[in-house]
Ligand binder design. Structure first.
Ligand SMILES: Cc1cc2nc3c(=O)[nH]c(=O)nc-3n(C[C@H](O)[C@H](O)[C@H](O)COP(=O)(O)OP(=O)(O)OC[C@H]3O[C@@H](n4cnc5c(N)ncnc54)[C@H](O)[C@@H]3O)c2cc1C
Length: 419
C-alpha cells in the first residue's frame, strides 16, 4: 500500500521544493475530491496535481451537514466510490481495506442514507488520494495571473505564506446558506441551517437554550426548508413557513419513449422528507396549531423567536483573484463548461454548480456526489484543453513537477497529446 503521507511544510525546506504544477485543485469537499479523482482517471500524472485544503476532512459533507438525512441512495454512492477505488488500484497501485467503510456497506442499496454514512468512504478516498498527489494543508489566499501561469499564495497553520504556480486551477471551495436580511437588532434570531437540518443538532441546541425556541419562521420551499420544518415540528416547536412557490417533489415518470426519468431530481423533495411533507400537506388541519403556511411576502420577522433561511446557497468568498473577491470574479462562470473569465481558472461544486435542464425543461443546479462525478468526466476535457496562457513551453513543464514517484517523468506536452 502506498504510504499515506501528506506533505508538510514544517518538515520540508521550501527551497528544495518545486512549486509549479499542471493542475491545482482548491478544496477537499466532495467536489474537490471528485475533481482530483477525475483528473487521475483521465491519466493526468499524480505528481503534476496540487491539492489544497485546510484540513482534508470531506468538506461540509463530513462536518456541518454530517447529521443531515440525504436524498441520494446508497447504491448510487457505492457505484461512484467503487469506480474511484478501481482507478486508484489499477493506476496508482493503492490497496484497499474494505473494512474501513463498514457503515455504508451495511445499508440497503435503495436507502437514502445520512451524509455521515456517505462521508466515511469519501474520507478514505481523500486519504488515499492525499498519498498519491501533492496535498497541502492550508488556505489559498489569492490567485493572480502571472506570465508563467496562475500564481497561488497558500497560508498554512503556522501563518506562513507559500507561493505556487499552476497552469490550471479548479476552484471547489464550497457554498454557504443565503440568508434573509434581518435588521441588526434581530440578527441574533437567525437559526443556522446546520442546526435546523439536523434533528440531533436541533435537540442539542434546545437543550442548551431551554424555552428559547418558541415560534420559528422558516423561509423557503426547498428540500432544506421542508427538512427544517419536519425537524422543528417533530421537536414540538411552532412554525410559520413563508414560501413564494409551491413545493416540488422528485417524481419518477416515463417520457414519451418509455424511458424512466426523475422530474425535479435536483430541486424536488425526496425520500423521508418528501413522504413526511406530503402527509403534512394532506393533514394541515391536524397540524394547524403547529404549522402555518404563508404564500407570498415575508411578514414582520420581529414576531418570531427565530428565523431559518432556507432560500438556497451561495459561493463562499475565501480568496482573492487578481486582487478582487473571488465571488465577483467568478460570478459569471460558464454553467455548462465550468470555465471562468480568467483563462486557466475553472469552478465547480456547490458554490458554482453546473446547470442542467431536466427533460421537462426545468433548469436545476446539478449538485451532489453522484451528480459531480459524471459531470466531471465531461468537464475534465475542458480543463485539459484550456490552460492559462503559457509563456513557458509545455515540454518544459515536467521540470517543475514535484517528483513524488520514482518513475522518470514524461514531458507534459506528450502526456496531454496522448489523452
Ligand atoms: C439538506 C442537504 C441535503 C443534502 N443531500 C445530499 C445528498 O443526498 N447527496 C449528496 O451527494 N450531497 C448532499 N448534500 C451535500 C451537497 O452535495 C453539498 O453541497 C456538498 O457537500 C458540496 O460539496 P463542495 O465540495 O462543493 O463544498 P464543501 O463540502 O463545502 O467543500 C469545500 C471545501 O473547500 C475548502 N476551502 C474553502 N475555501 C478554501 C480556500 N480558500 N483554500 C483552500 N480550501 C478552501 C473548505 O475547507 C472545504 O473543505 C446535501 C446538503 C444539504 C444541505
Amino acid at each position: 500500500m502506498k504510504k499515506l503521507k501528506r506533505l508538510e511544510h514544517e518538515s520540508l525546506p521550501h527551497k528544495s521544493k518545486s512549486t509549479r504544477y499542471e493542475f491545482a485543485v482548491i478544496g477537499a469537499g466532495p467536489a474537490g475530491i471528485l475533481a482530483v479523482a477525475a483528473l487521475l482517471k483521465k491519466g493526468i500524472p499524480n505528481d503534476t496535481i496540487l491539492w489544497i485544503d485546510p484540513e482534508f476532512k470531506g468538506g461540509a459533507f463530513g462536518k456541518q451537514w454530517a447529521n443531515v438525512p440525504g436524498n441520494t441512495e446508497v447504491g448510487k454512492y457505492r457505484a461512484v466510490y467503487q469506480q474511484i477505488f478501481i482507478i486508484l488500484k489499477t493506476q496508482h497501485h493503492v490497496s484497499l481495506d474494505k473494512e474501513l467503510f463498514l457503515m455504508i456497506n451495511a445499508l440497503k442499496s435503495d436507502y437514502a442514507c445520512s451524509l455521515k454514512a456517505a462521508a466515511e468512504p469519501l474520507q478514505l478516498i481523500t486519504n488515499l488520494i492525499c498519498g498519491t498527489v501533492n496535498s497541502i494543508e492550508g488556505m489559498v489566499l489569492s490567485i493572480d495571473t502571472v506570465p508563467s501561469g496562475l500564481s497561488l499564495v497558500v497560508t498554512n497553520s503556522r501563518g506562513e505564506h507559500i507561493p505556487y504556480i499552476a497552469r490550471r486551477v479548479i476552484v471547489a471551495t464550497g457554498a454557504e446558506a443565503k440568508s434573509v436580511p434581518l435588521p441588526l437588532k434581530e440578527s441574533s434570531k437567525a437559526l443556522p441551517l446546520e442546526i435546523a437540518l439536523s434533528a440531533v443538532n436541533l435537540q442539542n441546541y434546545m437543550a442548551k437554550n431551554p424555552g428559547k425556541l418558541t415560534h420559528v419562521a422558516v423561509v423557503g420551499s426547498s428540500h432544506s426548508a421542508a427538512l427544517a420544518v419536519m425537524n422543528l415540528i417533530k421537536a414540538h416547536v411552532r412554525v410559520t413557513q413563508f414560501m413564494n412557490k409551491e413545493y416540488r417533489f422528485a417524481t419518477t415518470i416515463q417520457d414519451e419513449k418509455g424511458i424512466k426519468r426523475i422530474q425535479y431530481d435536483n430541486t424536488g423533495l425526496k425520500g423521508q422528507v418528501a413522504r413526511w411533507t406530503k402527509q403534512l400537506l394532506t393533514n394541515q388541519e391536524m397540524y394547524a396549531s403547529q404549522w402555518q403556511l404563508v404564500m407570498g411576502d415575508l411578514d414582520d420577522l420581529s414576531k418570531y423567536s427565530h428565523v431559518v433561511s432556507a432560500i438556497g446557497l451561495k459561493a463562499v468568498d475565501t480568496l482573492k483573484i487578481n486582487e478582487k473577491p473571488s465571488v465577483y470574479v467568478l460570478f459569471s462562470y460558464n454553467k455548462e463548461t465550468t470555465e471562468t473569465a480568467i483563462p486557466g481558472i475553472f469552478v465547480t461544486g456547490a458554490g458554482y454548480p453546473r446547470q442542467v435542464r431536466d427533460f421537462s425543461g426545468e433548469i436545476e443546479n446539478n449538485v451532489g456526489v453522484t451528480k459531480f462525478w459524471p459531470d466531471f468526466q465531461c468537464a475534465v476535457e475542458t480543463w485539459i484543453k484550456k490552460p492559462a496562457a503559457p509563456t513557458v513551453s509545455l515540454e518544459s513543464m515536467n521540470l517543475f513537477s514535484q517528483q513524488k514517484t520514482s518513475r522518470p517523468l514524461e514531458p507534459m506536452g506528450k502526456i496531454l497529446a496522448k489523452l
